[in-house]
Ligand binder design. Structure first.
Ligand SMILES: NC(=O)c1ccc[n+]([C@@H]2O[C@H](COP(=O)([O-])OP(=O)(O)OC[C@H]3O[C@@H](n4cnc5c(N)ncnc54)[C@H](OP(=O)(O)O)[C@@H]3O)[C@@H](O)[C@H]2O)c1
Length: 165
């Protein structure tokens, strides 16, 4: 069996059970206190994973906001923010979006086998494109992430964190 990282799903939900609406812009569900909590959760992780639509729609930076949390990570020899990871079937996310252009430590884009060649050309130096199967296999993707995890630090990934900083 492939080693897989400890993975947690971070998702804000409205009191009536919704996580999104049909509008083109981000649906604000969190307040400032929750944003700080999410920052702490992020800071405890090695990687943060989002879907392609979230990157298009919310244009998140996915960085740690708090200088104190960034300093704490630096003291442990970790990069200031976790690795940013995207998943896309078609592989055509815009590399000019903030996910790719702000403070990254080598973003990873997992895409389907048929989209690998196109995505590799599209992202160039902006990200490492990894074949995740067809259809995308979550176990394969998480196994690959584990193999990239920093030695000596428990591998954790946050799935679907949408809170942009
Ligand atoms: N309330 C919250 O805290 C919160 C947090 C995160 C997300 N959300 C919402 O939850 C919904 C889902 O968000 P999400 O981040 O999971 O995904 P998403 O941003 O909606 O992305 C879906 C896209 O990601 C790619 N994708 C995702 N899973 C895939 C798979 N298994 N195989 C192949 N491609 C895959 C595809 O990209 P391509 O089309 O490029 O092929 C697909 O169109 C959205 O409405 C989002 O706004 C809410």
């Amino acid at each position: 069996m492939t080693d897989r990282p400890y993975t947690l799903l971070s998702c804000a939900m409205s009191i009536d059970g919704y996580i999104d609406d049909f509008a083109d812009r981000q649906l604000p569900l969190s307040n400032e206190v929750d944003a700080e909590r999410v920052d702490q959760v992020r800071a405890s992780c090695d990687a943060i994973l989002v879907g392609a639509n979230t990157i298009w729609r919310n244009n998140p930076r996915l960085l740690i906001r708090s200088q104190a949390l960034r300093d704490r990570r630096a003291a442990k020899g970790l990069p200031a923010s976790p690795l940013k990871v995207a998943v896309t079937a078609r592989g055509d996310i815009d590399p000019a979006l903030r996910f790719f252009t702000t403070g990254g430590v080598g973003e990873i884009v997992y895409c389907t086998t048929p989209a690998v060649a196109k995505a590799t050309r599209r992202f160039g130096e902006a990200a490492t494109v990894v074949d995740a199967g067809d259809p995308i296999g979550l176990r394969r993707m998480l196994g690959d992430l584990t193999s990239r995890g920093p030695a000596g630090y428990s591998s954790r990934a946050v799935a679907r964190c949408r809170h942009s900083s």
